[in-house]
Unconditional design. Sequence first.
Lengths: 271, 315
Amino acid sequence: MTRNLTLGAALSSLVLLAALISFVWTPYDHTSLDIPNKLQSPNGQHWFGTDHFGRDMLSMIMVGARTSIAVALVAVGIGMALGVPLGLTAAARKGSWLDEMIMRGNDLVFAFPSLVIAILITAVFGAGAINAIIAIGIFNIPVFARITRGAALSLWEREFILAARVSGKGAARISAEHILPNVANLLIVQGTIQFSLGILAEAGLSYVGLGAQPPTPSWGRMLADAQTMVSFAPHLALIPGLAIIVTVLGLNLLGDGLRDWLDPRIRVARV
Amino acid sequence: MLRYMLKRLMSLVLSLAVASVVIFAVIEVAPGDPASFMLGVNAQPDTLAALRAELGLDTSKAQRYVNWIGGMLRGDFGTSYTYRTPVSQMIADRLWVSLPLALYALILSTLIAFPAGIYAAARRGKPGDLAVMGATQLGIAVPNFWFAMMLVLIFAINLRWFNAGGFAGWEDGFGPGLKSLTLPAIALALPQAAILARVMRSSLLDILGEDFMRTARAKGLNPRQALWRHGVRNALIPVLTIIGLQFSFLLAGSIIIEQVFYLPGLGRLVFQAISARDLIVVESVVMLLVFAVITVNFLVDLAYAAVDPRLRGRT
């Protein structure tokens, strides 16, 4: 459905835009305290209200978008950079001990949910955004390795790969020149989905204090701060929550839309 | 089947062994010595040495690993650095909160997802289907801990139907304990239900396109009978896998939800342990969680092979 694609792209770019604009302009300084104006509900001066220190919520949401996007994006990058080559290698050497080792390694990493990895890393090195990135990134590696291997395996059976082999190309070169471009669409779609999962994971980790530390604003932290005040200032919890929902929903719709749009079989069926 | 089971069992043991080495190695790199952390900076060297000996920290890394694993196999998880009580006892107490919570959420999520998924599949493309799919799209996007806060705001603070947090315990019978786990379980279950409903729908749609469904209709069953007798039953196979996988996600997810409701479960234990640098507790809880995930996946694999004999040949 192109409707998914349009809506998803619109929501995602809205959040991306807010994050980018926050580098040059925010309505207020997100760190400046204004105690007399604390806990204001959304109004003309402060569209999203103010928090318990009188900080402008809209400014904090905009800067918080930066944290969310940066953590999730780098985590997807780690997952792709390590997972895709592993998947390509496993497919090229199908059935070998290398394939077996890569796939068993994948299974093993899958047994460590990103929250558990984050707990381990934090226990050892202390909390921080970098640890959240590593934790989510590690969990992304087997996701990309598996999906790449699965798609690559069926490609290796095709005639054009046989032709490339006959022309003398080695497995590495075939993987890079012929397999990779053909799995790229799939990786883009999966990347979008992992990106949205990364946003959720980052929010969860910073909510329990394992992610970005103050003063870096993050949506999860804002929710943690709001928890004790939700009874008299519900906007403190509502607004960061809605920001997360809009972002994740946007990315999921974008992923679905891209999948339909990039998959020629579905496009033909629709016509 | 026996050969398949043995092979899977071996890979289970191997996975657990490798996972334990990884966890042990990560905790070992942790800077700082637990003994000096416990005694503070002014501790006398001989007191420190005595405590190190008592905690078994004066032996080699390999020896400590063997002690840790050997102890775990006997149910002895060591002694907490901060509380000086057996870790196994601390974990057992907390499991009585975390495990029922995860199970409760699993049941709720299944109860919501099955009807929703079947309803949507039976009305493919119609408004009912679109409504369910829209709701699941939203359900996947909602962070469960935020949803938990909204539940507290509505049902605890405004309507006063439930307590905003805390755990009543199981001493006064089933009711009070279950009641204090209800909001947390709903918060945990809903996002999982959204995923499960989508799996149920797509699995059922695949089945509905099969030849045997047409045969069922041709022999005179009406659409409803065909759907329930032949469709739903066959669609359950992939759904069961997802349910198995979800259990481990729910157990891990309960760690975060426990923070919202101040529940004294594994999550609280592990966060307290992190801030107190009680690494032996962290190590044991993480190992337990990973053990649960690996074992559940193993059981799902076995159940899958029992249902679908074709899978036994593959590994």
